[in-house]
Design a binder for this molecule. Structure first.
Ligand code: ZN
Length: 467
């Protein structure tokens, strides 16, 4: 088997691996590069292979940095099936059209600016792909169950195991060849932190000849869940106890919003939170929550118990999904007692900007930051302690409290990754550390060599190896 690292090598985004056996050629993940101009350039580069020559694609999970170039692959001639878990297929049905919509809007904006500046010489920018192309790519999805062998091409078998990262996430074991020539390659996918809300802990994999393991937090330890929940309850109780206090929570619509809803319900069930009025102001979050509830067979026992309690309860929390814009605007009038979860998670786009505009200037309110905030985003400026920010061209003083809650990451930390690795029954012949910025990946590779005695290296983008 030949394995080529086409993305997520020395960086976190753009996961894509080309696998070639004697009889088949296919991709594991087809992710978008994210963050900055260089990412935009890489997304538009020609594929390093002929998309029409691929027999199939298989995806570890629905996050756009693992799935987001699929519509482009299809538009450029890929005609085969795309194998993923049922929950991943369902999430992609809302995420890929949404990603396409953002691409269309960005292209529209770039062309509008160019025309306004009368830069006639330049050609119009076409979107990376359109909503219609994303819809058409969805037609290629084929759901596969966890823990079952599936022959995806002649002599190539796939086996999905729960990766505990987001709903539907999988580690993929790939087997090719027979008898003495049989080989197995395991792609960890993104691995979750044990104890993460809703999903089960990552399932162990017994063995692999070659292993690819993610390293997003390969050099870090997360804050523990009890401490994280303590911070969360303190921030909420403190704010809602003030006259006029609202809690504003920027959160990604898929994953983080559902995690928060479950944690808030569970804390209410335990009597640790007062009566809550929760507003989820994002149509995409409503759709993702519906998909989550459709897949309760994937819940861990705590989430299943919380959901049973929630369905039977006769009281708080009240959860309101805000769909239309008029209703969203009415939330601006709420002066106190509301917890508003809205997207985007880094405060750069979407309805969250309105909620910040109306609440940031009020010292009785709180903004709860629950996720990573990239440099250059409004969320990052808030975390960094800005006293004045610009929203829709208007300067808004920051008088609200800004709380940063660590420990809700959907990625395993160094200890979580090592725990998963230690459950292999024998050392893989080779371990490739991927999906991490080079410092993090290097730290994990060193740890793997020192603690497990395995051969572990960092591949480079474009590198091919024999597996
Ligand atoms: Zn992910």
């Amino acid at each position: 088997m030949k394995l080529t690292f086409l993305g997520a090598a020395g960086e976190v985004t753009g996961s894509c691996y080309l696998v070639e056996t004697e009889r088949a050629r296919f991709l594991v993940d087809c992710g978008m590069f994210q963050g900055g101009q260089d990412a935009a350039r890489k997304n538009r580069q020609a594929f390093d292979f002929d998309p029409g020559s691929l027999e199939f694609v298989t995806l570890t999970h629905a996050h756009i940095d693992h799935s987001g170039l699929l519509p482009r692959l299809c538009a450029q001639g890929f005609r085969g099936p795309v194998y993923a878990t049922a929950a991943t297929c369902d999430l992609l049905s809302v995420m890929l059209p949404d990603a396409a919509h953002i691409q269309e809007k960005e292209a529209e904006h770039a062309n509008y600016t160019r025309r306004r500046e009368r830069r006639r010489a330049a050609r119009d920018t076409a979107p990376l792909y359109t909503v219609a192309q994303a819809q058409s790519a969805l037609g290629r999805l084929r759901p596969l169950a966890y823990e079952q062998d599936f022959e995806a091409a002649s002599g190539v078998r796939l086996h999905f195991r729960d990766a505990g990262h987001i709903l539907g996430s999988a580690s993929i074991e790939l087997r090719a060849g027979t008898g003495a020539r049989a080989r197995s390659v395991v792609f960890s996918g993104d691995l979750g932190q044990p104890g993460h809300p809703i999903v089960r802990d990552p399932a162990p994999v017994p063995e692999a000849d070659v292993l690819l393991v993610e390293s997003t937090y390969g050099n870090r330890l997360h804050k523990g869940m009890p401490e994280t929940l303590g911070e969360l309850t303190h921030a909420i109780i403190d704010t809602l106890g003030r006259k006029g206090g609202n809690v504003i929570v920027p959160a990604f619509s898929v994953g983080r919003t559902q995690d928060l809803l479950f944690l808030l319900a569970d804390l209410t069930r335990q009597g640790r939170l007062p009566e809550l009025d929760i507003y989820v102001d994002s149509p995409m979050a409503a759709a993702a929550t519906e998909i989550t509830l459709k897949h309760r067979e994937l819940f861990d026992p705590e989430a299943a118990a919380t959901l049973r309690w929630f369905a039977k309860r006769n009281g708080p929390p009240r959860v309101n999904f805000v769909e239309d814009v008029a209703e969203s605007i009415r939330l601006n009038d709420l002066k106190g007692g509301a917890l508003i979860i809205s997207a985007s998670g880094m405060c750069d786009a979407g309805r969250i900007k309105y909620h910040l505009k109306y609440n940031l200037g009020r010292p009785e309110c709180t903004v709860l930051i629950t996720g990573f905030q990239a440099a250059g985003t409004l969320g990052r400026r808030l975390v960094d302690g800005a006293k004045l920010v610009k929203i829709f061209g208007q300067e808004i003083p920051v008088r609200a409290d800004i709380y940063t809650i660590g420990g809700l990451s959907a990625h395993a930390d160094q200890a979580g990754l090592l725990h998963w690795l230690k459950q292999f029954r024998r050392a893989p012949e080779h371990t490739y550390v991927v999906h991490g910025e080079s410092g993090n990946a290097m730290a994990l590779a060193e740890k793997i060599r020192a603690e497990l005695g395995w051969r572990a290296t960092l591949p480079e983008r474009g590198e091919s190896v024999t597996a």
